[in-house]
Design a protein around this ligand. Sequence first.
Ligand SMILES: Nc1ncnc2c1ncn2[C@@H]1O[C@H](COP(=O)(O)OP(=O)(O)OP(=O)(O)O)[C@@H](O)[C@H]1O
Ligand SMILES: [Mg+2]
Length: 390
Amino acid sequence: VSGATPVGPRPGGTGKASATVAMVGAGQLARMTHQAAISLGIELRVLAAGPGDCALAAGATGLLAGDDPLADLRELADGADVLTFDHEQIDPELLRRLEDEGVRLAPGAAAKLFAQDKLHARRELERLGFPLPPFAAAESLAEIEDFAGRHSWPLVAKAPRGGYDGRGVAFVEGAEDAARVLEEFGGTLLLEPRLDLERELAVLVARSESGEVALYPVVETVQADGMCREILAPAELPEGLARQAGELGVGIAEGIGAIGILAVELFLTGDGLLVNELALRPHNSGHYSIEGIETSQFEQHLRAVLGWPLGPTGLCGPAVVTVNLVGPPDGTDPRTLLGREIGAADAHVHLYGKDASPGRKLGHVTAVADDLQVARERARHLAERLGGLS
Ligand SMILES: Nc1ncnc2c1ncn2[C@@H]1O[C@H](COP(=O)(O)OP(=O)(O)OP(=O)(O)O)[C@@H](O)[C@H]1O
Ligand SMILES: [Mg+2]
């Protein structure tokens, strides 16, 4: 058994930080959290899966995971004020163990499970009375056909655990597809009818241990191939719907005891708003907040997990649009184009320092403007010139 390898100066060893936050994961969310941590003099200590993880490349201190996940988490948390997350892919049982040992987790293990297990989330949110798509658990073809009998094909089948960016989500046209998906995903599936989505929305809420809550404007998210491509803020919605989305966000944050940023993905259907899934960490739908909101989701997450007072969440302009830079099929790397193209539109570029590969989120572009159409055109234009608007 080899232990975790320290990277950079021994975390906490300098005694010069305003606080030390440990974060499981070292991807782009950790990288952008680190950027916010620098301004506040907070030391962000990350647990990276490999030396190339992009938060390490940006200078966060941390550990490279060894082959004993519990030992790694203990070492990561040792001496930090709080332990938080940049992803969901941690065994929930390990989080419960850490909590029992007295490690301060934000969010706690029970709240985090809502983002780790879609079936658990559906069952508990239903119990709490939140509006959801019809759903069922299924382990066999007979159960899937039974659900299809009640809701009709096509269905959506989801792996309850381990999915992201559309991986773990399958559109199922009929029994033949169903058999294949059962085989591929294994175990229990979460089934839903394929809904007619008018739009997809997301609402971010920050909640701190004191119970203080900060609500962000409702945004529209545009997906392709199960992956978020664009964020439009604020969503153009009738006042009543926007208010209802905000109330759902705050109600869920309080109902499940979320700490830090909670992102609630919503479906707008003919039957109104339905809760899709939750993330308890900074979220892609909040990337616009770096330039678009008085307090970015990354700073807010740090403040909330530390129990510090939260910052204001007003928009910095009438309209803000973020376009994700997704690696194009031809392998073009936005880094090689940036120096030539950065002036192509009045918009802000964020590159995550990741090697380009098709379909990978490599960065994002945000534009603030007087209306959504102009902001969208600017952000898209620059994203296209960087090769990442596929
Ligand atoms: N029941 C459904 N009906 C229609 N479309 C759906 C349904 N469920 C999911 N989708 C589509 O698939 C996308 C991905 O689904 P979901 O959010 O559950 O998966 P994910 O892979 O965990 O997502 P993420 O990209 O947020 O990590 C949704 O944003 C939506 O566009
Ligand atoms: Mg989703």
